[in-house]
Design a protein around this ligand. Sequence first.
Ligand code: GLN
Length: 479
Amino acid sequence: MNYLNEDIDSLNQKLAQGDLSAEKLAQDTVANIKKTDDKLNAWITVQDDAKPAADLDFAKNKLAGIPIAIKDNIITKGVKTTAASHILDNYIPVYDATVIERLKKAQATFVGKTNMDEFAMGSSTEHSYFGATHNPWNLDKVPGGSSGGSAVAVASGQVVAALGSDTGGSIRQPAAFNGIFGIKPTYGRVSRWGLIAFGSSLDEIGVMSKRAKSAAEVLNVIAGSDDHDSTLSTREVPDFTQFIGQDVKGLRVAVVKEYMAAVDGEMHDVIQKQIDALEDAGAIISEVSLPLTKYVVPDYYIIASSEASSNLQRYDGIRYGYRAEDTKNLLDVYVKSRSEGFGTEVKRRIMLGSFALSAGSYDRFFRQAAKVRTLICDEFDEIFANNDVIVGPTTTEPAFGIGSEISDPIKMYNNDILTISANLAGIPAASVPAGLVDGMPVGFQIMAKRFDEGSIFKTADFIERTNKFYEKTPAGMED
Ligand code: GLN
């Protein structure tokens, strides 16, 4: 089974009418993943025994019997969850993340876990203990990261939708590089219980799919308050599908000057075309400035690495995960297990974060970064006082070549300049396909006020209907 021309509604209809059997769908999905993944490497675990839930209710549950891919940093009871790290490569969780519990209740089918950068640290899915994932539009290019496996699974038609996580752009950047839709909801909208922590004040689980409506359908299931996550909002979750098919007349759209200046040539033209389409349909366009954009990369890397250095202390070779052999004493167990278990990028973040939090450096680095973060939030609030959405490109370039940036961390980090502000501000943000540049997809980013994912769905769906990018598929992925 290949999903290139399906969405959740079309599948739900076929299942409800009996044109498709959920058992066969599960088996065919696994068979197709096995057939196509040799060249893509989008999966860490494929569940051979995948089967649908019992007593499927297609009328009540839109996701009933539909296979959803899960990023491998989301805890799944009884199914290996590695975060793409050697330190967890044999870890079988004893509980489900809240989002998994909810997908189970909604009777979704589980077929496996997708590849990613180790502990979600990266922008290319090259930092995986299980090898790099390849972009289906050009196998020599990266799929972006860290949710590269989830993005490729959707873009290549292996599944119709996937869960990803976004700490600094890890849903939106791979969505852009693979020509699909990806949304990072508001911080506090989706429970982080059971998401392997990277930067706890930034991490957010979200959805990737070809069509915005399918993502709305999945978000309807996973969003909403949870006693296990005290940072979660208790406010009511709207039906996000109600924002699909709406008119954008009168929508106040702010175009970020600094974001537009970060792209040129054909890429600039493709992004501008989306803005023109909104204007032609009656949206009110204005230009705005986010002057602090030049500070967001260092700001994010100090905060995210500091939180990571603290969160990753739990991998000590004692409680769970990889334990080194031939150790002399307890300290040796810690040192050897962590030295052998973590990859280079994760160690770099732990060192950077430990330094930024250390007694002599805290005031100069972490405290300063936290203050800058507040100023960034203020900049967004000011713009949202008069605007519904903020738009611009998702990335500065289309997907780069595998191996081309891996040895230059600063270059890799700078790739995130357009996505990390939304995480620092806790606002929802999405990427919707804009077009192709040199045969590779590029994404249009849409941000909105906290808890206003609705305006994002409305805008993204309009862009989708206008440029019809969903009709394009990477060559050679069909059944
Ligand atoms: N690329 C960013 C980083 O490496 C963001 C990762 C993410 O969103 N998980 O930290």
